[in-house]
Design a protein around this ligand. Structure first.
Ligand code: CMP
Length: 225
């Protein structure tokens, strides 16, 4: 288990080293194979998770079977706390996009930490507030932005977490299929592919299987606005 990655999680962000070690010691390791489902939307849940290695996707399915991706999370990111703070079923299905390892904490254990350590509550509030900001942005983009704008934004968001800067640009191994990228943008696969092909023909990106190289970040940022 990579303690440094765990330490980046919001749960730990306000803790000193000693408390962080104690919190890590109360967590359990979970491993997933690529494609494996950790839990389904609607399940009851009793723990939250921090991704240590790999990536997971958070998805929802509509009544008529269409799928939407809420987020793709990687190392240091956390999920599974909503069903504790707002008691109810899991709000999304979590599936491994790559082989992944996670550390989990039971809700009961989290409540004990929250009672004894206000810093843990502060870390969680920071995460909830930043997520709310992000959800508001997504809603605004769905109303105000066109699909190419949303594609540009999704690529930049993936790059901020999974990008690696090289001489020719920012290499983003998102590990998503074209279908999953479209589900993340909230548009049809055809429309998203068209936007990607257009960006590629302008020299802004280079498309590779399950990854993309951002060649002109500035133009993409302008398109995302
Ligand atoms: P929970 O409902 O327990 O299980 C699914 C988890 O997905 C949820 O907790 C949150 O941690 C996470 N989640 C739900 N909605 C969002 C969102 N809009 N952005 C990021 N994570 C989310």
């Amino acid at each position: 288990m990579d303690a440094a990655v765990l330490r980046q999680a919001p749960l730990f962000s306000q803790l000193d080293d000693e408390a962080a070690d104690a919190l890590a010691a109360s967590m359990t390791e979970n491993r997933l194979r690529r494609g494996q489902v950790l839990f389904h939307e609607g399940d009851s849940g009793d723990r939250l998770f921090v991704v240590v290695e790999g990536k997971v996707k958070l998805g929802r399915t509509s009544a008529d079977g269409r799928e939407n991706l809420i987020a793709v999370l990687g190392p240091g990111q956390m999920f599974g706390e909503l069903s504790l703070f707002d008691p109810g079923p899991r709000s999304a299905t979590v599936t491994a996009v790559t082989d992944a390892s996670m550390m989990s904490l039971t809700h009961d254990e989290l409540l004990r930490w929250l009672a004894g350590r206000p810093e843990v509550a502060r870390g969680l509030l920071l995460q909830l507030a930043s997520r709310l900001r992000k959800v508001s942005d997504v809603v605004a983009d769905l109303v105000f932005s066109d699909v190419p704008g949303r594609v540009a934004k999704a690529l930049l968001d993936l790059a901020s977490r999974f990008g690696r800067t090289a001489d020719d640009g920012v290499h983003v191994h998102h590990d998503l299929t074209q279908e999953e990228l479209a589900q993340l943008v909230g548009a049809s696969r055809e429309t998203v592919n068209k936007a990607l092909a257009d960006f590629a023909s302008r020299g802004w990106v280079r498309l590779e299987p399950r990854s993309v190289v951002l060649l002109d970040v500035e133009r993409l940022q302008r398109r995302a606005r």
